[in-house]
Design a protein around this ligand. Sequence first.
Ligand SMILES: [Zn+2]
Ligand SMILES: [Zn+2]
Length: 432
Amino acid sequence: MASWMLIIPATVLLLWSSQFRSPCFAWAQHRVGLELELHMPLSNVEGAAKMLAKRSDLYLAKRCDGDRRKVYRPDGGISPYKDGEDRVCTRYWVVQHDSSLDDIKNMTSLELSSRAKAFQDLEGDIDAVSDALCDLDARITKSCGFHVHMDMTELSKAKMKHVTLVNFARLWVRLEPLLLAVVPPSRRDNQYCKQVAPFLRGKDLWRLWYGHEYFMARDVKELLNPDGKYHTVNFPDEDRLYHTLEVRLHSGTVEAWKIKRWVKLCLQLLEVCKAPWDEEMRWLVRRGSMLHLLTLCVDEEVSAHIFRRAFHFIRTYPHVKLPDAVSWLERASQHGYPQSGKWQEFDCTGCGERFPSDIPLSEATALCWSCLHKPDGGVKLSSPEIIEKPTQGWPLNLCGCCGKIFPSKRPYLGRRLPTCRTCSGPGAISCS
Ligand SMILES: [Zn+2]
Ligand SMILES: [Zn+2]
């Protein structure tokens, strides 16, 4: 047998499996812990722990007195376990009663915490727990939340915690209105996850943007979490032994696809914050296009998820107004977003470059946006002197005419919004 015959199946298998697991990106190696709040149709926590361990094939710990734990095994047995120094549960998922949730008749309210692990090592657990919870008919109510804890201890050791926290605060303040649109209205006005951005006054914002990261890191908690931990994002408490940055915005869910994409979003945003920003990045976060910022920070799967969820909630709650900063989403939602999350791609018959399109085109006559608008050639939009940070996937734009979100080959950084193909191509109807 020729050697290439062996290589091909291995390559195919590798590509195939990478569709289902996050490859070794830096963000996927960051340690996270998840908290899921939910109700189960079982009479007590012990019963729930036993059933969940069996169905998910995972070990589940339940707190007893002090540092003692009971570990429920997949084989149905129970082992004693003493927590000792390991107060962060790296070994087991933990299940406990949650008294903060609504009381529902014949249901037990639970908080299920994952073991703290690198995201890429936690994905299998998330699938298993989600399947088990769906099988066991777990329920979600408006009082349930889903929290993501991102570990800060490694960054602290590397002396990068202050930069990361302050940058994350800056990024969150800018993106919070968009992220609010991605969750149901019950999370947007909620005493357990209060918004952060509206708290900030001019002087505080000035400090956040221009203050030195080293000094700001001490104040960021006070600035963004004036009401303690019940905010969309909860900055670490310096007094606590374990430092995590907690995102509390998401509504309760037991569905693996929602859980994983939200965790990816949090980690990809965090990844951008792990180094000091240059002037270009600072400007972009503060004043640049939200769409451009998003495609710089998160990959295509995550940005597609953000828009599809936002459009879903706009359709489901047509009378609920969005924050002013993202009111453009309402118009954009009328045009939708590709179901697959992927844009169609074509080879330009003018310049030969690959480009994305929001509408179907004929392969034989496909022209990229630049060639379409400058058919006489000289299509280089960006000059070599301009350094453009590579986006993750095709850059996104908002059509200045019809309000649709559409992709482009290169980011448009001009002041005027570009127009989509439908509004500016041959035979376009002017939106005026
Ligand atoms: Zn072209
Ligand atoms: Zn348009």
